[in-house]
Design a protein around this ligand. Structure first.
Ligand code: BGC
Length: 811
């Protein structure tokens, strides 16, 4: 069943039924001011950091779901309704929610009044603009009352949820004309306040939640709206809110726009006050005046649209499959930008107070957006590298506001360092900017320990070499990519987290996945060294890689697939010897991607085993058989019920590793079949089962052993976005940036006749036509650039700023 449809021309998903199987959300904001907004206007706003600079409050895990948002209440006679249906839930005559590229338009119609609320964060603005367009579509004059409503969060979202003994006494506001200012703690250590304005005189306002809603009411029946009159309250502690009250008359056919701005302001210390106790509002008035007319709003929206036109113009596919085109051209790239901005911090599954920017996660996210915003990618790489330790290991996360690493979600994940090689080499291949390697980057955020970025990569590489276990395979540390395979952590205490509990002393558990990762990105390190003339370094590194391949060959092959790991006791994990968890996806992915066993048939055999044991209708599960009891020596993984999350769930992040592995051995049909199973646009028709948004990937789909196979969770913030984008664009469609050109090596389903791609690369635009007359999956027969035959399938960098025609014939 569907709950809407794609509008590809507008790059929107149009939801036409408000009761979606789960709130279907969108993200507003592109730089440092962000909003999450659901299809019924739920969600919240923050500046830079969802934990430390939360502007508005949100209630997770509440009943009913999705409580708190940016609500407009319309009182038309005795009928009270919201354009987004919630929270009053009055039946609407029509409803739609258009989630577009960084904007959302929620539209409702009731009793001949149409109300359309546009929400977006203009570029370079620390504020959200909301335009409410009211229209009388009937034939009699209407007199309406409109109440806006948001609820302030007292800045630190975690403290806000817990520290009531203090917080119920700290809230402070000011109201001036049509602007409501939230200034809690401004008089002490904060230099920031927020405001909510409307561009017209108001009839009244409220800033005290209890007065607006009523102590025993909910968002669905606030006292003030039922009474049809605000109380002009000034909050003193308790829970400050902001609500404007407007009276509006509309003749038949008449339309009126109201513009609201929810903004964030920082003032320098000596400019905080206008007079004693009265905040300096100058910057707020500037922001308000930037958007005080519909023309200005239209202009800002047009700017935002062209920003996205530009971002999405860098890789444009035209194939015979519109579901594929809309993933590649619109939604997958969009999701990659969202993961760039959010990492794993704020979604409807991530509370914004738990996780910051992940070292591993953010490096991987980069391969999904580096072509869109290379400059920002560079900054991100350097920020991440600055949290690395001198020995190459890393904090697992850092806070976006402070850019400082912390170990709140554990540390010592031995795969972490290698992802820095992936992100850096992807950046250089995209841009040709080798200068990043010479940037001086601190270790552990300590400037006195700064070394060149190249030395950070070296530290990453050697962290593996210096931490090998009894089989000469990499020590796993707390865990590798699979956070839940905690092989050195034995926890029998339900009150401790697997991520932070003490590792067992002297743990020598090893990871075959890290071994594959090391070969793959170690090879990239070697290529890079060669490229920059460090041939001695390259040779030495190559030796370590060869040793690792040897160790995998000796100890990492189980007969039909790659072993996953060795546990604390030196026993195999992910082996036929095991009763459960005989085979895992990660080592099959990384070893085959690294080309291990490509020549002697083991790669094919490993991938066949994946097909046989891990594949199912909805994607590839992580392990099989699923764990049905708790294995203390495996850690968190076996705590999950069978079929969920890391215990045999379809962990969509790692499915592309198999897709890429399949392309390495030339099986385009298999690769694309796997792609289609988890790509959301192909799942739109089963939205009632899948539940999360049909326009973005979810982290996890319940696997074949689960109670409800096919049901997804954790949409939006997942490495799935970047990895699927990388797999489809670089390995299946096969357009791969390299240091000195664009390599074109598609691996597609045999029945495809071909496809076209426009790719902007290093200042030029390449119009690439791939033809497949012989109906093969892989193999480039001829390559032409601007009508001239080339000897290889690498398009050299022309760099003349022009358009170029490339024709590739497979065969
Ligand atoms: C984490 C990733 C991790 C994955 C698998 C995600 O929740 O953000 O860093 O690789 O889970 O455990």
């Amino acid at each position: 069943m569907k709950y809407g449809h794609f509008d590809d021309a507008a790059r929107e998903y149009v939801i036409t039924e408000p009761k979606t199987p789960y709130p279907w959300i969108n993200y507003l904001g592109n730089h440092d001011f962000f909003t999450l907004i659901s299809n019924t206007s739920g969600g919240y706003t923050f500046y830079k950091d969802a934990k430390f600079r939360r502007l508005t409050r949100y209630r997770y895990n509440n009943v009913p779901i999705d409580n708190g948002g940016k609500y407009f209440y319309i009182k038309d006679g005795d009928t009270i309704w919201n354009p987004g249906w919630k929270p009053v839930k009055t039946k609407l005559d029509s409803y739609s929610c258009r989630h577009g590229m960084s904007y959302t338009i929620v539209r409702g119609e009731k009793n001949s009044i149409s109300a359309e609320a546009l929400y977006f964060v203009p570029l370079h603005c620390r504020g959200e603009v909301q335009r409410v367009r009211l229209k009388n579509t009937g034939s009699v004059k209407k007199s309406l009352k409109l109440f806006s409503f948001i609820e302030w969060c007292l800045w630190n979202a975690e403290d806000d949820m817990t520290n009531f003994q203090r917080n119920f006494s700290t809230g402070e506001v000011e109201v001036k004309d049509s602007v409501i200012f939230h200034k809690t703690e401004y008089k002490e250590r904060r230099n920031h306040f927020a405001f909510y304005s409307v561009n017209t005189p108001i009839k009244g306002f409220d800033t005290d939640r209890e007065a607006f809603i009523g102590l025993y009411n909910g968002f669905e029946n606030p006292d003030v709206v039922s009474d049809g009159k605000s109380k002009n309250t000034i909050a003193h502690g308790w829970s400050p809110v902001a609500s404007h009250y407007l009276e509006i008359e509309l003749n038949p056919g008449e339309e009126k726009d109201l513009i609201f701005v929810l903004g964030y302001i920082e003032n320098e210390d000596d400019k905080k006050w206008e007079s004693k106790g009265v905040i300096n509002k100058e910057k707020a008035y500037q922001m308000i005046s930037d958007f005080d007319s519909s023309e200005k709003v239209d202009r800002a929206l047009a700017e935002l649209r062209s920003y996205w036109d530009e971002l999405l113009s860098k890789y444009v596919l035209s194939s015979a499959d519109k579901k594929l085109d809309r993933m590649v051209n619109i939604w997958n790239q969009y999701q990659c930008m969202v993961t760039f901005n959010m990492s794993r911090s704020a979604s409807y599954f991530e509370s914004g107070i738990g996780r910051g920017m992940g070292f591993r996660d953010s490096n991987q996210d980069l391969i999904g957006f580096v072509h869109q915003v290379p400059d920002r990618a560079k900054e991100r790489i350097l920020d991440i590298a600055a949290t690395q330790f001198e020995n190459g290991s890393a904090y697992h996360q850092y806070q976006p506001l402070t850019k400082r690493g912390n170990d709140a979600i554990g540390g010592n994940f031995n795969d972490d360092p290698l992802w820095l090689i992936l992100s850096t080499t992807a950046y250089i291949k995209e841009t040709g900017d080798f200068s990043i390697l010479d940037e001086m980057v601190p270790f552990d955020n300590d400037e006195s320990k700064a070394k060149s970025h190249f030395e950070h990569l070296e530290a990453s590489f050697y962290h593996i070499v210096n931490n090998l276990g009894p089989h000469n395979l990499p020590l796993i540390g707390r865990a590798d990519w699979n956070d839940c395979l905690n092989l050195n952590c034995f926890s029998s205490n339900p009150n401790e987290s697997f991520q932070t509990t003490e590792n067992k002393k002297g743990g020598t558990a090893e990871s075959v996945m890290i071994a594959g990762l090391f070969v793959l990105y170690g090879n990239e390190f070697v290529k890079l060294c060669e490229k920059i003339g460090k041939s001695d370094e390259a040779k030495t590194a190559q030796k370590h890689i060869n040793d690792m391949i040897e160790a995998i060959n000796q100890h990492g092959w189980d007969g039909n697939w790659f072993v996953r790991a060795y546990d604390f006791f030196g026993k195999k994990v992910g082996s036929d010897e095991n009763e459960e968890g005989k085979i895992f996806i990660e080592s099959q992915g990384f070893c085959t991607m690294a080309g291990i066993g490509a020549e002697d048939g083991r790669a094919k055999q490993a991938l066949d085993s994946v097909k046989e044991r891990l594949d199912c209708e909805y994607g590839i599960v992580l392990n099989n058989p699923a764990f049905t009891k708790y294995y203390i020596e495996y850690g968190e993984i076996s705590t999950y019920p069978a079929g969920y999350k890391e215990n045999a769930g379809i962990f969509c992040h790692n499915n592309p590793w198999i897709m890429i592995g399949e392309t390495i051995i030339g099986r385009g049909d298999e690769a694309f079949n796997y792609y289609k199973k988890i790509a959301p646009s192909y799942l739109e028709d089963i939205s009632d089962l899948h539940r999360t948004e049909p326009y973005v990937y979810a982290q996890m789909i319940a696997g074949k052993d689960a109670f409800k196979p096919g049901e997804a969770k954790n949409s939006w913030l997942t490495g799935t976005a970047a990895w699927n984008y990388y797999a489809i664009t670089q390995y299946i469609l096969g357009i791969q940036p390299d240091y000195d050109g664009l390599v074109i090596e598609p691996c597609i389903p045999k029945k495809w006749d071909g496809f076209k791609i426009t790719r902007k690369f290093r200042g030029d635009t390449y119009h690439i036509t791939v033809k497949n007359p012989a109906h093969v999956s892989k193999g480039v027969k001829t390559t032409e650039l601007d009508g001239n035959a080339l000897a290889s399938n690498k398009i050299p960098i022309v760099e003349d700023g022009r358009e170029h025609e490339v024709t590739i014939v497979l065969g």
